[in-house]
Design a protein around this ligand. Structure first.
Ligand code: ASP
Ligand code: MG
Length: 480
């Protein structure tokens, strides 16, 4: 049986039009002989709005929280009405939507009395987004002749109890998939499940962390040994770089898991790196596809990508970074010195992007954040500290740079006009990253893209749909 997991993100289910599009995409797969399991996100922006409801209620703004929830109620009610014409089915669906919102409002009222938002309550509130979208979409699919059934993900995705970022329990998920999902597939039905949500072994609702629906898709795909996991979104796949910076960015047809994980880590918004793991472990390809352009082939992410004649696959750029220089004036890199530095970042729960060390100094980069003064304060107890914001990290990823002579020379020649602050070639040997001023980021990316994607390997990059490059940045002429 050719089982595929099809995960649709928030924009692919944002309204009745998008949900209809999603239904035809799924129907197309069924007609092609596939057995889909559909995983959906909450409708776009709903998760943020539910979090806003929770925040308002917990500060005692009961009216504000209920007003926001009432807007969400109308949006779901209207979407359901547009999707389900059969009066009896529509009434059943509307009743269940009203029940869900009544329950949500109860929680919000309670929260406005207790005034304390715990991670556990936050997960419960935010879970309504996927609970509502999945139930509504399952019904919409049935209206369109798809034999679909709603499965509550909380009965399948079992996790530990770390609310807001729960860790899935693989063995139990596999068991539950066989018990709660597989029989529907065997009966020829299309299971529709909410992403992102799960429950601990006591049945208390948990979530997998923001953007967690991809993770749900990969977990289910892994547990059911799917032949592919499709991530349906609103872009044509992974691009060689951000098309807003380089309009001539190319779609990458195929990329390795390792490369995609590096990219995700460095800010390419397409996939969450952890989502990839359950698929990698079982060698299941992940496809990134566009629900607004379903005939487009997207990007295929696989364990071992074919050899590519171009050294790099992608250039990612991450802005709003700060470089912190720690100079060991006193302790001069004694044993345990680095550990004491990293312990300080750890204490402030501040993840580090890049590290470079010399005999006397350590430079690290972090996302600019409001904990920096406190971190600098702690660091200054063991060393001299300077920090500087408005930096950008450019990260070039490609497996085919492994062992290539002269590749750094080519990179730095392409951006010889840009001041480079820090360089790192990761131990993975598939990425080269460097820090520059934020204001130079766009220019640097364009120069690098022009240098490395002039004659791209047609087996790896979609050159047919290439758009013209951006005009070169001309110095502005003073107006007379
Ligand atoms: N709805 C959740 C979020 O916005 C999960 C997801 O869409 O992946 O984070
Ligand atoms: Mg997402």
């Amino acid at each position: 049986m050719s089982l595929v997991v099809m995960k649709f993100g928030g924009t692919s289910v944002e309204d009745a039009t998008a949900i209809n599009r999603t239904a035809s995409i799924v129907a197309g797969r069924v007609a092609a002989g596939k057995r889909p399991v559909v995983v959906v996100s909450a409708m776009s922006k709903v998760t943020d709005q539910l979090l806003a409801c929770a925040a308002a209620a917990s500060r005692g703004d009961r009216t504000g929280a209920l007003a926001l929830s009432s807007r969400l109620r109308s949006r779901h009610r209207d979407t359901a009405a547009a999707l389900v014409q059969n009066p009896k089915n529509c009434a059943t669906l509307q009743t269940s939507i009203e029940h869900e919102f009544d329950a949500l409002d109860e929680i919000l009222r309670g929260l406005a009395v207790i005034l304390e938002l715990t991670p556990r309550i936050s997960d419960l509130i935010v879970s309504y987004g996927e609970r509502l979208s999945s139930a509504m979409i399952a019904q919409a699919f049935r209206e369109r002749g798809l034999n679909s059934v709603h499965v509550d993900s909380r009965e399948v995705i079992l996790t530990d109890s770390q609310f807001q970022k729960a860790i899935p329990l693989d063995a139990l998920i596999e068991e539950r998939c066989l018990l709660k999902v597989r029989p529907h597939l065997d009966a020829g039905l299309v299971p529709v499940m909410g992403g992102f949500i799960g429950s601990n072994e006591a049945g208390i609702t948990t979530t997998l962390g923001r953007g967690g629906s991809d993770f749900t898709g990969a977990l289910i795909g892994g547990a059911l040994r799917a032949e592919a996991i499709e991530i349906w979104t609103d872009v044509n796949g992974i691009m060689t770089t951000d098309p807003r910076i380089c309009p001539d960015a190319l779609r990458v047809k195929v990329i390795s898991f390792e490369e995609a994980a590096e990219l995700a880590y460095f800010g390419a918004k397409v996939l969450h790196p952890a989502t990839i793991l359950p698929a990698v472990r079982r060698n299941i390809p992940v496809l990134v596809l566009n629900s607004r352009n379903p005939t487009n082939e997207g990007t295929r992410i696989i364990s071992l990508a074919p050899h590519c004649k171009s050294p790099f696959k992608c250039i990612a750029v991450k802005k709003k970074l700060t470089i912190i220089d720690v100079v060991a004036s006193r302790l001069l890199m004694t044993h345990g010195y680095l550990k004491s530095i990293f312990d300080i970042f750890d204490k402030h729960q501040c993840p580090i992007d890049m590290v470079s060390t010399s005999e006397v100094s350590v430079s690290v980069t972090v996302d600019s954040n409001d904990k920096l003064p406190a971190i600098a304060d702690d660091l200054s107890k063991i060393a001299d500290v300077k920090y500087e914001g408005q930096k950008a990290l450019v990260c070039m990823v490609g497996e085919d740079i492994r062992g290539q002579m002269g590749i750094s020379a080519r990179v730095f020649t392409a951006i010889k006009h840009v001041n480079v602050r820090m360089i790192s070639q990761g131990a993975s040997e598939i990425n080269m990253s460097f820090m520059i001023e934020e204001e130079d980021a766009e220019e640097a990316v364009r120069s690098l893209h022009a240098a490395f994607f002039q004659n791209p390997d047609p087996a790896i990059f979609d050159i047919e749909n290439r758009l013209p490059a951006a005009p070169p940045l001309t110095p502005s002429t003073p107006s007379s």
